[in-house]
Design a protein around this ligand. Sequence first.
Ligand SMILES: O=c1ccn([C@@H]2O[C@H](COP(=O)(O)OP(=O)(O)O[C@H]3O[C@@H](CO)[C@H](O)[C@H]3O)[C@@H](O)[C@H]2O)c(=O)[nH]1
Ligand SMILES: [Mn+2]
Length: 347
Amino acid sequence: MAAAAPPLKDELDIVIPTIRNLDFLEMWRPYFQPYHLIIVQDGDPSKTIKVPEGFDYELYNRNDINKILGPKASCISFKDSACRCFGYMVSKKKYIFTIDDDCFVANDPSGKQINALEQHIKNLLCPSTPLFFNTLYDPFREGSDFVRGYPFSLREGVPTAVSHGLWLNIPDYDAPTQLVKPRERNTKYVDAVLTIPKGTLFPMCGMNLAFDRDLIGPAMYFGLMGDGQPIGRYDDMWAGWCTKVICDHLGLGIKTGLPYIWHSKASNPFVNLRKEYKGIFWQEEIIPFFQSATLSKDSTTVQKCYIELAKQVKEKLGKIDPYFVKLADAMETWIQAWDELNPPTAN
Ligand SMILES: O=c1ccn([C@@H]2O[C@H](COP(=O)(O)OP(=O)(O)O[C@H]3O[C@@H](CO)[C@H](O)[C@H]3O)[C@@H](O)[C@H]2O)c(=O)[nH]1
Ligand SMILES: [Mn+2]
C-alpha cells in the first residue's frame, strides 16, 4: 500500500530566516523534504548560503527583496530575524511554518522524535476554543474532550489561525532573565495544547511557529527591527500582539504548547540586552495599548483591521517615541506590499 502523502504537502511553505549555513536541515530532512522551503537570507547578499541537496526551495537575499518590493522594501527588517516575514508575503500557500536555523528535532519523554510540523498541522486543522476555557486542555485531541459544564453552543469552536510551538533546552528568555540564569535549560515537556483565551495577549516567539496565511497572513508583519532601529527582538512580539487583537476581533483562535523543538544556541545576552532594553520599558505602555485596542465593525478583513490598528499605533504610541510613527508607517507599507504581491483573486 502506498505511503500516505505528507499532510498539506502542497499547501504549506516552510520559511527560514538565516545568516548561517543550513546544515540543521539534515536533521529535519525526513519531515521537511516533501515541503517547499522559502529561505530569507539576511545580512550580506554577496554571501552564498549553502542549502543541502534534495530540498525544494526558493532563496531571497536583500537584493531580491529590494528588487521585488522597490521602495516598499523599507518595511522589511535588515540584520534581524524579522526579515522572515518577507517569506510569508511571497508565499503562495495557505499555510506557513517558520523555524530558526538553530532549532533541531526534539524527543518526547518516551525518546521518540517529535515531528513538529505534523503537530502544528494538527493544531491548525482543528478548531480553537477562545470563548470558554476547557480545563482538560485541547478538547479536539485524541483522548480528550469538552468537560462537564462546557456550553454545547460553544463546542464547535472557532477556526485556528496560529499554532505557537515551544522549545526544549534554550528557552526564549529576555536578556535580563538570560543574564541572571545563564545556565537554565528547559527540560520540562508539558504534553498540552491550549487555546489562548479571547481578550488575553501573549508573547509570540517566532522560533517555532505556524499559521493559516489565508486567515491571518497580513497581520503577521514582524515589526521593523535590526539595522537603523532603536530596538530588536520585539519583531515577533509585535506580530503576536497585533495578531491576537485581530484574531479576537475576527473570531479566530491561537493555540500554544506542543510541538516542542530543541533550541540549541543561546544568543549573546549582552547583545540581546542592547537590542531589548528600550522595549523592556516601552512595553509597559505598549501592552495597555493592545489590551484596550478596539477595532470597528467595518474592519471585516485582516487588512482593514491592520490598517486601523496602524493608525491607532501612530496616534497613541507615537508620543512614546518617533519610532512608533515609523513603525505605523511600515505597517501600512507592509499591507500595500502584501496586497500588491497577493492581489485578491477574482471570485
Ligand atoms: O541578524 C540576524 C540574526 C539572526 N537571523 C536568523 O534568525 C534566527 C534567529 O537567530 P538566533 O537563533 O541567533 O537568535 P535567537 O535569539 O535565538 O532568536 C529568537 O529570539 C527572537 C529574536 O527576534 C526570535 O523570536 C527567535 O528567532 C536564525 O535562523 C538566524 O539565522 C537573521 O536572519 N538575522
Ligand atoms: Mn536561536
